[in-house]
Design a protein around this ligand. Structure first.
Ligand code: ATP
Length: 346
């Protein structure tokens, strides 16, 4: 295990600046998720930590060493890729033990380590198979097994679940989390899936266009997003953003509808409320139902507030017809207010 320090790390590809000097401190044993839309630079940062990509500026440290100029194999990291990168002609056991064999580790020791990893991952019965004889989830486990046997200081994951179907993704998500709880190895995990980030991370780093927008615990980001980008990215379905201005002790939408809010600063221009923080209230504001999506446990309402969109999620079974009106109220303690540039103002 080791801490990882990223200090003003920058990356240029020719004239293009993919990373604009980002800094992150990752403690020993921490599970950090780098998340952000396609092209934000998260894979570039991970590959720089792995040593697969040169660092243009700044410093990356693993343990107490600056690793900028160290080749990947000397960094004591193990990386798990999206496509698993298994050797097709080798068995599961050979795939898992290959890096140890290259290092000249004795056969009996390799076998012991492979057996232990196989047991942790439930692969004992598959050790003699070849990758093509495995399901996607099993291949993913072999790729993780290969990382585990090396007993590295840091695990790096690059979108490891994106090739799996939805159900398997959820299952592997908890397996990886459990693995981390068991091994307590410092882990850096890249995904564009905010649900993965929320459910797995000790700390989330939200990136956009080569910079860090915000980092913190999942609940920090959910409760106090610093801007509309993070607010819209974290949480599913996304937060509602309603344009308007401070007025009459509340917030008046551009359609002139007064929304309740406390301590609204004069600079407020966007009213943010998460769908799950609206509730049905006969004295509430009227919204028009556009589409109803019942899931059994709850009902999602895609609606309109004047000319703006608003979504709500309700425990109640709502039977309103599209085009009809329902009355809803926000939970006042979780109203978010942002200025015209999208910066949080309360
Ligand atoms: P995705 O989720 O799509 O993988 P990402 O956040 O991981 O996206 P990166 O792969 O880190 O994004 O890429 C960041 C930016 O750098 C992108 O705009 C990409 O086009 C650019 N980029 C990446 N690799 C190269 C390269 N070898 N040459 C030039 N530009 C590159």
């Amino acid at each position: 295990m080791a801490p990882v320090t990223i200090n003003k790390a920058g990356k240029h590809y020719g004239g293009f600046e993919a990373l604009k000097g980002v800094s992150v401190d990752i403690s020993d044993g921490e599970f950090v998720v780098l998340v952000g839309p396609s092209g934000c630079g998260k894979s570039t940062l991970l590959r720089m930590i792995a040593g697969l990509e040169e660092i243009t500026s700044g410093e990356i440290g693993i343990g107490n060493r600056v690793v900028n100029d160290l080749p990947p194999k000397e960094r004591d990291i193990a990386m798990v890729f999206q496509n698993y990168a298994l050797y097709p002609h080798m068995t599961v056991a050979q795939n898992m033990g290959f890096s140890l064999k290259l290092k000249g580790v004795p056969k009996t020791e390799i076998k012991a380590k492979v057996d232990r990893a196989a047991q942790i991952l439930g692969l004992e019965k598959l050790l003699d198979r070849q990758p093509r004889q495995l399901s996607g989830g099993q291949r993913q486990r072999v790729a993780m097994g290969r990382a585990i046997v090396r007993d590295p200081q840091v695990f790096l994951f690059d979108e490891p679940l994106s090739n799996l179907d939805a159900k398997l993704r959820v299952q592997m998500r908890s397996e990886i989390k459990e693995l981390h709880q068991r091994l307590k190895t410092t882990t850096i995990y890249v995904t564009h899936d905010q649900v993965e980030a929320m459910t797995m991370a000790d700390k989330i780093v939200v990136m956009r266009d080569g910079i860090i927008e915000q980092m913190g615990t999942p609940l920090d980001l959910y409760d106090r997003p610093l801007n509309t980008f993070v607010a819209g990215f974290i949480g599913s379905p996304s937060m509602n953003f309603i344009n308007g201005a401070a007025a009459d002790g509340g917030f008046r939408t551009t359609d002139g509808i007064l929304l309740p809010a406390v301590n609204v600063p004069a600079s407020a221009a966007v009213y943010g409320i998460r769908p799950e923080h609206l509730h049905i209230d006969p004295n509430g504001i009227e919204i028009e139902v556009v589409v109803l999506e019942p899931t059994g446990s709850e009902t999602q309402v895609i609606g309109r507030l004047g000319t703006q969109s608003i979504n709500g999620i309700f425990r109640e079974r709502i039977t309103a017809q599209p085009g009809s009106k329902i009355k809803v109220a926000p939970d006042l303690s979780v109203v978010h207010l942002f200025d015209k540039d999208g910066k949080r103002v309360n």
